[in-house]
Design a protein around this ligand. Structure first.
Ligand SMILES: Cc1ncc(COP(=O)(O)O)c(C=O)c1O
Length: 385
């Protein structure tokens, strides 16, 4: 265990009580709690509908499947995003195309590079609000809607309640995809959500989440239905009542938790600036929107070994991570993308991929943690040059 872990949750007695209430009710599978969580989440994001699912990866995959994407269809992803985005595309049988990230300051998808990567086969784009900072959604939506009507599936997993151009992330595209994994701004342990303003898309996702079956067990238990039909090919991607009850409490706490993250993030940025570490870049200093401050990533100086810095941080009791190695940098993905070509086409990724380092960030951390992390990073970079 680290003295300063990467993050901490905000779980307390409220979630224990919510989970216990559901257990005592003896109705555990998708029912009234899930329905209430969906309504409350949709209201928080500002979409007509929200559909709870078992995790964020399935949210992405179901969104792609509900759009009918498959073989021959191209989906554009940023290089620096979580592997779930690529896996969802590959599981559907579609083809993933990489777009570079914008700059050292903006680790979200480069709109200019998306423009270059669009072909006649492009059917979807999956932007991701890296660290909680939304991409330029106005420009991206203009590009997607101009001409070919390309679907935008927003990966909002880092960014619940984050905004750009006066609108919440997850309310721009046909779908917003969410994860409530244990390290997220709000958690249900495992869990996910899809937000949308499109009722037909929502209806398809709802069917696909539960085997394509037209009536749920909850409908039948309440006597609202005695039988069911199967309308399309689906799976079991349902959320359960215990998670939904925990999620509802976490959602109520989310504005406060995001504010706590913003405070600590400000303290850590200020503490790092005071250290004046030559060559260190702290991204998103010029961002125009409202972040949910999920992560605080830095780019290490070019002459410091990241492995060495991470070891030095560890020896000082500070956990660090990497968000993320580029999608084309893994053993199981390298050969999938055309070998070598990306090196020419993804210059920002090439420049920063080996330098990204995630520092601890939690709404529960206080000023002294910021000072300790900044001091540890200063010492670790010196040792690793
Ligand atoms: C950016 C991003 N996309 C997708 C996912 C996938 O979510 P899950 O872990 O709930 O499947 C995550 C969560 O880890 C994530 O951070």
């Amino acid at each position: 265990m680290f003295e300063i872990p990467l993050t901490e949750t905000t779980l307390d007695e409220e979630e224990v009580e919510a989970a216990t209430r559901v257990l005592r009710s003896k109705w555990l599978t998708m029912g009234a709690e899930v329905a209430a969580f969906e309504q409350e989440f949709a209201a928080a994001i500002g979409t007509r509908e929200a559909i709870a699912v078992s995790n964020g990866t399935v949210a992405l995959e179901l969104s792609l499947r509900a759009l009918g994407l498959g073989q021959g269809d191209e989906v554009i992803l940023p290089t620096i995003t979580f592997i779930a985005c690529l896996n969802a595309v590959r599981l559907c049988g579609a083809t993933a195309v990489l777009a570079d990230v914008t700059s050292e300051d903006d680790l979200t998808i480069s709109i200019e590079d998306v423009k270059r990567k669009i072909t006649e086969r492009t059917c979807a784009i999956i932007p991701m609000a890296h660290s909680g900072f939304p991409p330029d959604m106005t420009a991206l939506m203009r590009l997607a809607n101009g001409g070919r009507n390309i679907a935008v599936i927003e990966d909002g997993c880092h960014a619940p309640l984050a905004e750009i151009a006066g609108r919440k992330i997850g309310a721009f595209g046909i779908a917003g995809c969410w994860s409530f994994f244990g390290n997220k701004n709000m958690t249900t342990g495992e869990g996910g959500m899809i937000t949308t303003n499109d009722p037909d898309f929502a209806a398809r996702v709802r069917l696909m989440r539960s085997h394509g079956i037209t009536k749920t067990t909850w409908d039948r238990a309440r006597g609202h239905a005695s039988s069911y039909d199967v309308a399309l090919v689906g799976t079991n991607a349902r959320m359960d009542e215990v998670r939904a009850a925990i999620g509802r409490v976490q959602l109520r706490k989310l504005p406060g938790a995001n504010e706590g993250r913003r405070n600590f993030s400000g303290q850590l940025r200020a503490a790092l600036a005071k250290k004046n570490i030559t060559g260190l870049v702290i991204p998103f200093t010029r961002h125009q929107g409202t972040s949910s401050h999920h992560l605080l990533c830095v780019l290490l100086p070019e002459d410091a070994s990241r492995d060495r810095v991470m070891d030095e941080m560890k020896s000082r009791g500070v956990q660090t991570s990497i968000h993320y190695p580029p999608l084309n940098g893994f053993g199981g993905t390298r050969s999938y993308f055309e070998s070598g070509k990306w090196v020419e086409e993804l210059p920002v990724t090439k420049r920063i991929a080996g330098r990204i380092l995630t520092l601890p960030l939690s709404p529960t951390f206080e000023q002294q943690v910021a000072e300790r992390v900044a001091t540890a990073l200063d010492e670790s970079v010196k040792a690793a040059r």
